[in-house]
Design a binder for this molecule. Structure first.
Ligand SMILES: [Zn+2]
Ligand SMILES: [Zn+2]
Length: 119
């Protein structure tokens, strides 16, 4: 059986804004998008992201959800600087990395998936 699920991202790219990443702490550029819709399963939307703002860190590639006011502010004023407390990490890509190859590692792994080094 086919499981037909899809993200229907009607994303509006807002662009880069300055901000502090709550995941890695970098004060760098965050790439901002506004998300309008809907995760659909069998073409039925099951999850609505009603106008949420998402930011991706230019350093660690973590994904953050912005508070709506903060997102709106950044959309209207590209000179906005977002602070870490105005967003919530939804996908944390910052974290320990292999000392040998630099690949992201997770606490449940005992060997690096990149180079096989024992962790
Ligand atoms: Zn980051
Ligand atoms: Zn490695």
């Amino acid at each position: 059986m086919f499981f037909v699920a899809g993200l229907n991202p009607k994303l509006k790219q807002i662009g880069n804004v300055a901000g502090e990443c709550p995941a890695c702490g970098a004060k760098d550029k965050l790439f901002l998008v506004r998300q309008r819709q809907a995760l659909s399963v069998f073409f039925i939307p099951v999850l609505q992201f009603g106008g949420g703002y998402l930011a991706t860190c230019g350093q660690c590639a973590s994904v953050m959800e912005l508070q709506p006011q903060a997102g709106k502010r950044a959309e209207q004023d590209p000179g906005t600087v977002l602070s870490a407390h105005e967003m919530q990490v939804v996908k944390n890509n910052a974290g320990p990395r292999c000392s040998q190859c630099g690949r992201r590692i997770y606490p449940d792994q005992s060997y690096c998936p990149g180079c096989g080094q024992k962790l």
